[in-house]
Design a protein around this ligand. Sequence first.
Ligand SMILES: [Zn+2]
Length: 457
Amino acid sequence: MNFDLVIRDCRLIDEDGECAGDIGVANGRIAAVGEGLGPGGYELDAAGRYLIPGGVDSHVHLGQLSSKGDLTADSFWTGSRSAAHGGTTTVVPFAAQHRGMSIGQVFEDAMQRAGAEMATDYGMHLIITDWNEAAPHELTKAAASGLTAVKIYLTYERLKVEGDLALELISAATGLGLPVMVHAELDELVTQGRDDMLAAGQLGATSHAHSHSRRAELLGVTQAIELADRTGAALYLAHISTPEAIDIASDARSAGIDVIAETCPHYLLLDESTYDSPMEQAAPFMCSPPLRGEADRGGLLERLASGAITIVASDHSPYTVDQKLPHGAKTTFTEAANGLPGIELRMSLLYTAAVVTGHLSMNDFVRLTAAAPARLCGMYPRKGSLDIGADADLVIWDETPWTAAWKRLHDNVGYTPYEGMELHGAAAAVVAGGEVVIDGPQSELAPGRGTFIPRSG
Ligand SMILES: [Zn+2]
């Protein structure tokens, strides 16, 4: 059989197993796996390295306004370009409804921009902040167009949904077969913590960590699970930063509630002590929930190993240092834009934190970075697998250690919180839809080359 592309001498890894051999691609899909395949119209030599399914990042903010009105530093184009260089071939950003906006319009607008700009294949989640009269009908239309999930916030004055409206919204999404992604922090505690710090005149970054406390996350997760229990929702807990919150989710799952938890690489590698510095040094590390301590990181690694955490996503929330410090050194903790970039380094960071250290196998690594997020988004096994017939999104994974530096990345953020960190693992070559888009320094990425992958099932 002739193939468009053959990759030779691979250690092929999916979430279930490993085999050695070649992989053949035809018409953008995986056509065969075996020994001595060929010939291929184009051939790559993996030289005995890992060959894994392209990553799926199910939590990224691109081309979007924050709760404070900042536009993310990455557009759909620069963010997806950066993702691909890190081995992520499917990206699921958000269409973001702010109050007073129409769900139908924000969804259409985001889909149009994504179609013109995305360099990788993509899905589309929808942030809902205003469950208005037109919303049920508009959500039904978006779901029919392939919307992947709905996201709500339990905190932030300008984003949160509460009470009966939250129940109505979640029930509607659930009725349409959509998972409900939740930013789970208890608003009362976050607000109270913030007000206490402001009243005490403590305006630095540690006050941010103080208001977004571990307890606020625990109680937010409890509240989200309560909402899921009352509505029958498929709950997707975003960016969990503490092991205790993971345990609450695990207990709920044992009790029959459909809940999965995500964590992000920054909670596995970065420390809250960065907030003890003056704002100019601390702001680039501010995110919500905030960075935690060593015991939290150890607890999260254990829960990755035990399978209690289902997804590792980047929560790429890219803001430049200028956006983080609108008033320079005088910027207070309530003024700094919150969020960390991480779309390109996600896989290298998880590999470094958890595979090299023996907490995860390569199969676990593929499950957490590709298969599980693909399942959540209704894209599995088309994405996140090496099944015959799956989209040929493939990564040759090179274990050689390297040093993180922003100037080696492809985002538009201007810094990386991991500058100077020794990392293991990087995408040496990336195939997307059967096309070799990255091979070492060569890149064939272009805006608009990605395809929308609608949710199915
Ligand atoms: Zn987020």
